[in-house]
Ligand binder design. Structure first.
Ligand code: ADP
Ligand code: MG
Length: 319
């Protein structure tokens, strides 16, 4: 691909780090690993029309492509360091590249993350970002490790991104509430600081990318336990509650994807101190249930009735 496009990306994402011995421009990047650390690596691909709506602005695509990957590092309790970017574009659109790189750089800067290389090809708009981070040996947060009796917590609020997508699909009103939800969809906040704070404190952790039920289900499977959650405890934003009825907002909070909050389990006696510390980091955490013997996620409604799962959805919700 044209050098000028790659050069534009390089210039707009410039971030100096001592451990980058050789960045964009050679056949491979050369990186110095900090001694005694484990390397955490993750990659996620976003395809236009599938992972983001077709008319999403370039800067939001750039931000989100990195954010979803930083969220994976956050869920492991890893410190972000480097990224690779594979970009497939239908045409060599400089305005798109500039916007994309600016959105990417805006988030990268917050973590001093260096873009060290990538690949640029022609085709349907597709963005793959690979991230690399560090974690002290044996200290990474995993999906396995939840213990019976643990409390289940989640950072931030749930269902906002799904609500934002619904507003877009309905040609959303341009009010502040729908703007908030659409922003949560397009510019998710990876909970990196929270993930670091949870190291050596959470027994299990995952980021909520596919919806709470699916992702907490992954913790249960990996940990060989079950979970019980209460719908009355699910944190929902005032924007979500004001734009949707209770059933719809509950459905989004339980099954909507793309929130990129952390769901984690901690021993019950540790809940208060963890909540205090995460609140100081600006994301807060809400206790939504507990880990029990058995398997799968059970959901109790506000009247104490167990909801019946219907495959991966919930038939009580008509959203
Ligand atoms: P090669 O044929 O050796 O893979 P490329 O022309 O694909 O070379 O890439 C040249 C340099 O630009 C490499 O260092 C590569 O990592 C970097 N690069 C290419 N595309 C991107 C991109 N989208 N983002 C960041 N770096 C890129
Ligand atoms: Mg290449």
């Amino acid at each position: 691909m044209e050098f000028s496009l790659i050069d534009r990306i390089r210039q707009r994402t410039a971030q100096s780090r001592d451990d980058v011995r050789l960045g964009i421009g050679d056949d491979a990047a050369l990186l110095a690993m900090p001694s005694g650390q484990e390397l955490a690596m993750a990659i996620d691909t976003m395809v236009e029309g599938i992972h983001f709506p077709r008319d999403t602005v370039a800067a939001d695509i750039g931000w989100k492509a990195l954010a979803v990957n930083l969220s994976d590092l956050a869920a492991m309790g890893a410190t972000p360091a480097w990224a690779l970017l594979a970009l497939t574009l239908p045409n060599a659109n400089e305005a798109f590249i500039d916007g994309f790189a600016d959105g990417f750089a805006q988030l990268a800067q917050m973590y001093r993350l260096a873009l060290v290389g990538g690949d640029t090809t022609r085709g349907a708009l597709t963005v793959s970002v690979a991230v690399h981070g560090f974690v002290p040996p044996g200290k990474a947060l995993k999906r396995a490790g939840a213990q019976v009796g643990d409390a289940v917590l989640v950072t931030g609020t749930l269902g906002d991104a799904a609500g934002g997508l619904r507003m877009l699909q309905q040609d959303g009103r341009a009010d502040a509430q729908s703007g908030y939800l659409i922003d949560r969809l397009n510019r998710p906040t990876p909970r990196v600081a929270a993930g670091l704070a949870l190291r050596e404190r959470a027994n299990a952790c995952i980021d909520v990318s596919d919806g709470l039920l699916a992702d907490l289900g992954h913790i249960c499977t990996a940990s060989s336990v079950g979970a019980e959650i209460d719908t009355a405890l699910l944190p929902r934003s005032s924007a979500l509650l004001s734009l949707f009825d209770d059933a719809s907002s509950l459905h989004f909070a339980l099954s909507g994807g793309d929130d990129y909050e952390l769901c984690f389990t901690v021993p019950a006696q540790r809940v208060a101190s963890v909540q205090t510390d995460l609140a100081k980091l600006g994301c807060g955490a809400t206790r939504i249930g507990r880990i029990v013997e058995g398997e799968g996620v059970k959901v109790r409604d506000a009247n104490g009735q167990w909801l019946e799962p219907v495959q991966r959805g919930w038939d009580h919700f008509s959203a």
